[in-house]
Design a protein around this ligand. Structure first.
Ligand code: ADP
Length: 507
C-alpha cells in the first residue's frame, strides 16, 4: 500500500512530544512491513537538518488560495533513514513556518489550516494517489474535511482518510471564517452533527470535523478510547465519538525499539543488551551498565554518588502532566531518602519560573537535579540511569515514557489513566500474573495517591532488591515495539483503501 502521513511533528527533525515519536516509529514499522510511506510536514525554520539527506525542491509553483489571495509554495523532499519526507514551504507574507517554533504562535490555526490546504493541493496537482492519507491531531484535522468537501469529486481523489487522536485536549477551535478562507461553506459545516464546537456554538472545531469526516478514527490506547467516550474524559466530544463509535478504535502506541535501544544508544556511557533476560542472573550486566550510566548522569548534574534510589521524570511541564504533583513527588522523594532527577520545560512562563525558583531553592541539595530544558540526549541517559520513573499525569492518552523507561530497565510509578492503565501493572494490586507486573501505580492524582505508590517503590528498592529486580526483568521482557500495533493500522488501511487498489509505489 501507499500511505501518506501528514503531521506537524516528526522525531529527529521536529519533535515537541510523543506525536513526533509515534509518526516516526509507525512510519518506519510500515516501511518494514513492505509499504510505501511518505511523511508530509511543514518546512519549519527550526527543523533539525543534521539527519536529513538529499534535500531538494521537488515541486515548484504550487499555488494555494487563502481567502481571496493566491500564494506560491514549494515542496521539498528529503530522506530520513529509510523514510521519504515531503516538506511544505509556503512563500507567504506571514512566514508561517519561520517562527523558530513548532507551536505557540498567535495564529497557529492559520498556519496549520493553510498547511492542510497546501497538502491537499499538492496531492491533487502532483498526481499522487495514496491508498491512505493518515492525519494526526488538530493541526492536520481539516484534511479529511477538505478532501470530502472540495476534492473527492475530482478524478483520482479516492484515498481512504484515517485520523488519529493523540491528545483530545487540543482541538483547534476557531472562527468559521477560517473555514471560509479555505474555500469551505462554513454555514453548512457549522452544525451540531458536523463542525460546530459543543461548548461555543459560534466556533468551528477542527478535531470534531475530522472525527465526522474521516473514514476511520483511532486513538493511541484502548483505555483512552473508552475514556474519550465518557463525559469526564471526552473534552466535550464524547457524544461525537459515540455517534461515530463504529469507526473508532484504540490502538496502543509502540516505541521505535531501534531508536530506543540501550544496546546501541549513542547517548549512553555504557550500553547494555536487553534480550535474553530470562532470570535474575541475566540482569547482572544490565545492572552494572545502569550503575555506570547513573554515575555519569550524577557527575553531569553534580549529584552525590550514593546508594539512594534515583527517581527520574522526563516531561513537558504542562497541566496534563500535573506539575504540582511532580513537585510534590520531588520533595517527597528527598524526604524518603531518594534522589530525584527532573528533565522538563514548560511553554507557560509562570510554570517555568516556579520550577526555576525551586531549582534555586534546592541548589545546595546534592540529591536533586532540575534540568529545565528540552534535551534529547540527556533524556536517553536518564532512562538508562534511573531506578524509577514517575508519571503522575492527570490524563495520559498513551504515554511513551513508561514504555521507554521499562525498555531501559527502569520501573514506572504511574497514575492509572489512559494508556498507563494498558501498560503499567502494579506489583501489589494488579490482577495480572506476577510475571506481568512491572511497576507501582496509584488511582487518584493527589498527594496521598503519589505518596502511597512512591513510598512503596522506594521501600521495595531499599528492602526487597530481589523483588525490585523481578520488576526490572518483567518490564524489560515486555514488548512495546510496533510489532503488534503496526499490523492493526495496516488492517484499518486495508478497510479504507480505494476499492480497486491504486499503483503501489509512490509516484
Ligand atoms: P507527550 O506527547 O504528552 O509529551 P509522551 O509520553 O507521549 O508525552 O511522549 C513524550 C516524549 O517526549 C518522550 O519521547 C520523552 O522522552 C520526550 N520528552 C518530553 N520532555 C522532554 C524533555 N524535556 N527533554 C527531552 N525529551 C523529552
Amino acid at each position: 500500500m501507499y500511505i501518506v502521513h501528514v503531521s506537524s511533528e516528526l522525531a529527529q527533525v521536529a519533535k515537541v512530544g510523543g506525536l513526533a515519536d509515534v509518526v516516526f516509529g509507525l512510519s518506519k514499522a510500515l516501511v518494514g512491513l513492505g509499504h510505501s510511506v511518505e511523511v508530509i510536514l511543514p518546512k519549519y525554520d527550526c527543523l533539525t537538518y543534521a539527519e536529513l539527506k538529499d534535500l531538494r525542491v521537488s515541486f515548484r509553483e504550487l499555488w494555494c488560495t487563502e481567502g481571496t489571495t493566491r500564494y506560491n509554495n514549494s515542496i521539498w523532499e528529503a530522506s530520513l533513514g529509510g523514510l521519504k519526507l515531503l516538506l511544505v514551504e509556503p512563500h507567504h507574507p506571514k512566514y508561517y513556518f519561520s517562527r523558530g517554533v513548532v507551536y505557540g504562535c498567535h495564529d497557529d490555526i492559520d498556519r496549520f489550516v493553510y498547511f492542510s490546504r497546501v497538502v491537499m493541493e499538492y496531492l491533487s496537482k502532483s498526481g499522487k494517489r495514496p491508498d491512505v492519507v493518515h492525519v494526526h491531531d488538530w493541526p492536520t484535522a481539516l484534511i479529511p474535511v477538505l478532501h470530502k468537501e472540495l476534492y473527492s469529486l475530482l478524478p483520482g481523489h479516492d484515498s481512504g482518510m484515517l485520523m488519529t487522536i493523540h491528545n483530545m485536549q487540543y482541538q483547534g477551535k476557531c472562527h468559521p471564517l477560517h473555514l471560509t478562507r479555505m474555500g469551505l461553506d462554513a454555514t453548512r459545516l457549522l452544525t451540531p452533527s458536523k463542525m460546530q464546537d459543543p461548548f461555543a456554538p459560534g466556533l468551528a472545531n477542527l478535531l470534531k470535523g475530522s472525527i465526522v469526516y474521516a473514514d476511520r478514527v483511532t486513538t493511541v490506547s484502548p483505555n483512552y478510547a473508552k475514556e474519550l467516550q465518557t463525559i469526564e474524559g471526552g473534552f466535550g466530544l464524547h457524544k461525537t465519538l459515540r455517534a461515530h463509535a463504529e469507526k473508532f478504535k484504540g490502538i496502543l502506541n509502540g516505541i521505535d525499539d531501534d531508536y530506543w535501544n540501550p544496546e546501541k544508544d549513542p547517548h549512553l556511557i555504557k550500553r547494555y543488551a536487553t534480550s535474553g533476560i530470562a532470570s535474575d542472573a541475566d540482569l547482572e550486566g544490565v545492572l552494572r551498565a545502569k550503575e555506570e550510566n547513573k554515575k555519569h548522569l550524577r557527575t553531569h548534574c553534580t549529584m552525590e554518588k550514593n546508594q539512594k534510589p534515583l527517581i527520574a521524570c522526563v516531561t513537558r511541564l504542562v497541566p496534563q502532566k500535573a506539575p504540582k504533583l511532580i513537585k510534590h513527588a520531588l520533595l517527597r522523594s528527598l524526604d524518603q531518602g531518594a534522589q530525584f532527577f527532573l528533565l522538563g520545560s514548560s511553554p507557560t512562563p509562570s510554570v517555568q519560573m516556579e520550577f526555576e525558583k525551586l531549582k534555586t531553592k534546592l541548589s545546595s541539595n546534592k540529591d536533586v537535579a532540575l534540568m529545565l530544558d528540552y534535551d534529547e540526549a540527556l533524556a536517553h541517559l536518564a532512562y538508562a540511569a534511573a531506578d524509577l520513573f514517575i508519571i503522575p499525569s492527570l490524563f495520559e492518552p498513551c504515554g511513551l515514557t513508561q514504555m521507554i523507561a521499562m525498555r531501559y530497565g527502569t520501573i514506572p510509578i504511574a497514575r492509572m489513566t489512559g494508556g498507563l492503565v494498558d501498560t503499567v501493572f502494579d506489583v501489589d494490586t494488579s490482577s495480572k500474573p506476577e510475571e506481568e507486573r512491572n511497576g507501582f501505580t496509584f488511582d487518584y492524582p493527589d498527594t496521598q495517591g503519589i505518596n502511597w505508590a512512591l513510598d512503596r517503590a522506594i521501600a521495595c528498592f531499599v528492602k526487597e532488591p530481589k523483588r525490585f529486580r523481578m520488576l526490572i526483568g518483567n518490564g524489560m521482557r515486555s514488548d512495546f515495539s510496533w510489532k503488534h500495533s503496526a499490523p492493526e493500522y495496516v488492517e484499518i488501511y486495508r478497510q479504507i483503501q480505494p476499492a480497486a487498489p491504486v499503483a503501489k509505489a509512490a509516484p
